[in-house]
Structure formats: C-alpha cells, structure tokens
Design a protein around this ligand. Structure first.
Ligand code: RFL
Ligand code: PHB
Length: 389
C-alpha cells in the first residue's frame, strides 16, 4: 500500500493533521495503537486557545465547538483567601474556550470517518524505516498479519510513549527534561462547577485547580505526592483536600458528588530537538511535554500541526520545501515559550517538598506584585490565551 503521509498516532494531533491535509487533497493514513473507545476515554485537556479554535474551523470541525464551547474571558488565581482576577479580554483582546479534549477528538473522528479517511486502530509493532532517505516506509501488524505502507512523509503524532521520537538516532537527538516532585490527582464529577471561571489556587496545603467541562460537569485537581495511588484516594478525601486549598467562599458553595473518573498525572517539562529527521516530523506530545498548569499541551500540539500542515501544503501545492525545512525551527521557537510559561506558573503555584519559608515568601511576593502590576498581568494573560502563530 502507498499513501502520501503516514501519521503514527490517532490522538488530537494526528487526527487534526490528517483532516487538514485531506481538505487540501493530500492523502494520509493514521495508525493508532489503541481502540477508538480507549482514546476517547482519556480525560485530558479542557482549555483551547483561539489558534486551536481557528484550526478546528479550518478543518471544518468546529460546529459543536462553536455551539457548546464556553468562552472564558478571565481566570482567577488565589493565594489562600486572596483572589486575583486576570482579565484576558481587557488585557489582550482575546479569550480561551473551555471544550474538552474528548469532545475535540470525537469531532475529529466523526469528520475523518465521514470523509472515508483511513484510520487503522489496534495496530502493533509500528516501525519507521528509511526516514533519512527519499523512500521511507512504515511497517506494523494488525490482526496477526504484517503490513507495510510506503509514503513520502511520516508524521510522528504518537505521544510521549510513542515510537517516532526514538526512531531519531541518539547521536542526532537531544532531550531536555525536568521532572517535578509531585503529580495532579484529577476527578470528574457530575456537579455544577464551583465558579464560572477557572480557579488556580496556591495554598499552604498545596496547589488546586477548579475547572469544568460544561455547566453540569466539573473537573477538579489537587497536587499530590507522585508516589500516591489514585485508588487510595476516597472521594471524601479528595473533596476535603480541595476545600482546604481554595478560597473559603468558594469552598462554602462547592457542590460535591461521586467522582466518575479519578487519575493521577505526573508533571514533567520535556523537549526533544530537532523535531524533524529526514522525512519524519514529530508533532505534539511526541516531541514535548509541559506540566498542565498553563493548559498548553494540546494547544502546543495544535501549533505544531499548523506549521507542519502549512509546510506540507507548500511542498505539494507549490513544490517548495521551505516550510518543511524550517518546520523544526519554527515549531521549537513557540514550544520553548510554552515550556517557559508552564514551568514558571508551576513554580509559582505549587508547594515543593523542599520548599523553604524563603521560597514561600518569594511566591507570595510574586503573586502580590502580579496583583498590583498590570504589565505583569498582561504578560501572564498573553501567554495564557496563546502566543501568535
Ligand atoms: P496523545 O493525545 O498522547 O496521542 C498520541 C496517540 O498516539 C497513540 N500511540 C501510538 N499509535 C501507534 N503506534 C504507537 N507505537 C503508538 N504510541 C502511542 C496513542 O495511543 C495516542 O492515541 O498526543 P497528541 O495527539 O500530541 O496530543 C497531546 C495532548 O493529548 C496533550 O498535550 C494534552 O492532553 C495535555 N493537557 C492539556 N493540554 C492543553 O492544551 N490544555 C489543558 O487544559 C490540558 N490539560 C493535559 C491536561 C494533559 C493531562 N494529562 C493527563 C497528561 C490535563 C491533564 C491531566
Ligand atoms: C482541565 O480542565 O482539565 C484543565 C484546565 C486548565 C489547566 C489544566 C487542565 O491548566
């Protein structure tokens, strides 16, 4: 079999890229290790930048996002009972949209399927061959039989644990990493969100985040030791921890209920360079990870897709390789800024195991400065709503 672009990984990056290419008449095949139900069962991102929303519109997949996504014009940052509002609209003229990654993925699957797009689920042993030559190909197995697809390019959209990144030889690949000494315990509960806007809470008990998926579905997180097991956290223990960390007036109106999902995510900053090797291009979590504090993971995956899609179009439509040649450089320039923002916000809001009283005072002073300085708020807001691409 032959196609123009083999896309390894059917998460949001791979699906979005495939749909955008399809609308330009560029053929692709997606190879996904899991089943569709498994991919849709992962509860992840909730906050979309306008750049992401524009790409979904360009992909013809924004009908439900426009109808059901909730625009957020600001966010709340609390330090115990002191609350600061960052007004995105006033500070940047822009805003974000709350719409779950599950919904994004569902909309993209629906579009790919309506267009008869090739997605192979439950594939095993994906291997990328000859990416440094002009005739690359990908092998895999499915239902016990070995298969091969020849192609022009390979997009490695297979997340942090995928095979694409590791295909780049060690002598070419450089990796930069910071692992944080805590995780986020997250729950989903069928209760109304405690606040119309997200609350990022710094407290002496640790960080907490109040988010949502829709007016009847809340998403909450509390910082926890990375050694904890989600199954050992009862719902009651979770609600108690959350109440302790958010402002008292929010805690007083918090509606609790049974959790319908509960999991722990580790926090990591990670970048691999370069993001291109020959005819292989890495996209999204395959190339970089951010701690979720700045809501940048999915959004940075989307900016990679934008640069790669633009480069591939330029190649196929204008016979010009400039876009793909500069893909790694362009994507990384934006990735590092998202890394910096996520790292900074994580440091500002979490309790570190070795944190001294001095460190705590530094966090307080920075939050206090932020509260009184519009320029500092603007920097935060510009990064949160998303840097341009
Ligand atoms: P994904 O979603 O990991 O998809 C990769 C796909 O590749 C498949 N795969 C393979 N397929 C074939 N062969 C192999 N060898 C394969 N290995 C893997 C996998 O099964 C999977 O389907 O990567 P992608 O598409 O790059 O998307 C990235 C996003 O999922 C991720 O950045 C975000 O979820 C991060 N994130 C957030 N991002 C935001 O922009 N805003 C947020 O509010 C936000 N909140 C979050 C988050 C991530 C979280 N967790 C759990 C890590 C909150 C959390 C808790
Ligand atoms: C979420 O709703 O899952 C979410 C929102 C904001 C973040 C991280 C996760 O910074």
């Amino acid at each position: 079999m032959r196609t123009q672009v083999v896309i390894v990984g059917g998460g949001p990056s791979g699906l979005l890229l495939s749909q955008l290419l399809h609308l330009r008449g560029i053929e692709s095949v997606i190879l996904e290790r899991q089943t569709r139900a498994h991919v849709l069962g992962r509860i992840r991102a909730g906050v979309l930048e306008q750049g992401f929303v524009r790409l979904m519109a360009e992909a013809g997949c924004d009908r439900r996002l426009q109808a059901e996504g909730i625009p957020h014009h600001g966010t709340l940052i609390s330090q115990d009972d002191t609350v600061l509002r960052i007004d995105f609209s006033a500070l940047t003229g822009s805003s974000v949209v709350v719409y779950g990654q599950t919904e994004v993925t569902q909309d993209l699957y629906a579009a790919r399927e309506a267009a008869g797009g090739g997605i192979e689920f439950s594939v095993e042993d994906v291997a990328i061959h000859d990416a440094d030559r002009d005739t690359p190909f990908v092998t895999y197995s499915r239902d016990g039989s070995e298969r091969r697809i020849d192609c022009d390019f390979i997009a490695g959209c297979d997340g942090f644990h995928g095979v694409s990144r590791k295909t780049i030889p060690d002598k070419v690949r450089r990796e930069f990493e910071k692992v944080y000494p805590f995780g986020w315990l997250g729950i989903l509960s069928e209760t109304p969100p405690v606040s119309d806007e997200l609350i990022y809470a710094n407290s002496s008990h640790g960080f907490a985040l109040c988010s949502m998926r829709n007016p009847r579905l809340s998403r909450y997180y509390v910082q926890c030791p990375i050694t904890d097991n989600a199954a050992d956290w009862s719902d009651e223990a979770f609600w108690t921890a959350l109440r302790q960390r958010i402002p008292a007036e929010a805690a007083a109106r918090l509606e609790t209920g049974p959790s319908i999902e509960k999991s722990i995510a580790p926090l990591r900053s990670f970048v691999t360079e370069p993001m291109r090797w020959g005819r292989l291009f890495l996209c999204g979590d395959a190339a970089h990870i951010v701690p979720p504090t700045g809501a940048k993971g999915l959004n940075t995956a989307a900016s990679d897709v934008h640069y790669l899609y633009t480069g591939l179009r330029q190649f196929y439509e204008e016979n010009d390789a400039e876009g793909i040649d500069r893909y790694s450089e362009r994507a990384l320039a934006r990735v590092w800024k998202a890394e910096r923002f996520s790292w900074w916000l994580t440091g500002l809001l979490h309790r570190f195991p070795d944190q001294s009283e001095f460190d705590t005072r530094m966090q307080r002073a920075e939050l206090d400065f932020l509260a009184g300085n519009e320029a500092a708020q603007k920097v935060l807001a510009e990064n949160y709503v998303g840097l341009p691409y």
